[in-house]
Design a protein around this ligand. Structure first.
Ligand code: CUA
Length: 336
């Protein structure tokens, strides 16, 4: 291959490499930090922007000076030795002060945002108690006396404060489009406060290794209009829908006769508090803390053998028959 061919091949290989690398990343994937939907996330992104531009400018200066030195002082036949110097007070003072200034430029907005996002929530903020458990999320709304699991609902435009509590091990609550991670630590009361400003469904996950199924500890946040949120609250507070006849009623009987009731609450039916409250299970989008779509087949498979789907899960296989499990699944999905 001639010199010209090789000269063309290299940039093309480089471009192919960049495309291959970049195709693994998207700007607006479901857990992007680059499309903020709250004041917290917007402020964080602003700091991120400042840091990124500062490093771009530094990289440009360093690469330019380095390129110039490499070219200017490259070895050539008969080239004389460059002048040999030792110590340069002005340069040394310069490259001590310049990084200090860069750190200052980055530190001022960073510290401002750290304090801003740690400050007390505004009065009137909607309070939600978030309990991270192995491996699911419990959300309790004291003002409405309701509790749900894995699916957090918030009204758009209203400040929210999440009070983070950990009954078992350390977890970390993270919905990237809403803001930074915050640890859920047993015996400590952390809070996370922000105002969601865009309606939609946003995905999050536990961001601190918390055991076998850490990676299966997902959550979703639904930000909706104040009217839609009020309707959601009203229906969550309503008692469970109980069918009097048909497959769902048969499933209700199977549920009430099973060990399920020892761990799960269906208001008016059972009072278990080990696992998620199932009073309105049929309204949730997923089963297993975000693992699978909430369908009869998936819920049946889940009930038959939870550890097969979620390794380490505390819910055991109860030795039910497929027909019993399916019947209970039909009942649970009828709980709207
Ligand atoms: Cu909970 Cu990782």
């Amino acid at each position: 291959m001639g010199i010209l061919g090789r000269a063309r091949l290299l940039p093309r290989l480089g471009l192919a490499g960049v495309v291959a690398l970049a195709s693994g990343c998207t700007w607006n994937g479901p857990q992007t930090t680059l499309v903020p939907v709250s004041d917290f996330a917007r402020e964080t992104l602003r700091v991120y922007g400042i840091v990124t531009w500062a490093t771009v400018v530094i990289a440009a200066v360093v690469v330019s000076v380095l390129s110039w030195v490499l070219l200017r002082y490259r070895d050539r036949p008969d080239a004389p030795l460059p002048p040999q110097t030792r110590g340069h007070a002005l340069l040394e003072i310069g490259w001590t002060i310049a990084p200090a200034l860069v750190l200052l430029v980055i530190a001022i907005p960073t510290i401002h945002v750290v304090f801003r996002t740690q400050s007390a929530p505004p009065t009137g903020a909607l309070e939600v108690i978030v309990r991270g458990r192995q491996w699911w999320w419990e959300f309790a709304y004291p003002a409405y006396q309701l509790a749900t699991a894995n699916e957090l609902h918030l009204p758009v435009g209203r400040p929210a404060v999440l009070r983070l509590e950990g009954p078992d091990v350390i977890h970390s609550f993270w919905i990237p489009q809403l803001g930074g991670k915050r640890d859920v630590v047993p015996g400590r009361h952390n809070h996370l406060s922000f105002t969601p400003d865009t309606p939609g469904t946003f995905l999050g996950q536990c961001a601190e290794f918390c055991g076998t199924s850490h990676a299966n500890m997902l959550l979703r946040l639904v930000v909706e209009s104040p009217d839609a949120f009020e309707r959601w609250v009203a229906s969550e507070r309503a008692p469970a829908v109980q069918s009097q006849a048909g497959p769902a009623a048969d499933g209700a009987a199977a549920f009430a006769a099973s060990a399920c009731v020892g761990c799960h609450t269906v208001r008016g039916v059972s009072r278990g508090v080990v696992g998620p409250d199932l009073t309105h299970f049929g309204r949730r989008a997923t089963v297993g803390a975000g693992m699978l779509p909430n369908t009869v087949d998936n819920v049946t498979a889940w009930i038959l053998d939870p550890p097969r789907i979620k390794p380490g899960v505390k819910m055991p296989a109860l030795g039910l028959t497929e027909a019993q499990a399916r019947s209970i699944a039909v009942y649970l999905l009828s709980l709207k």
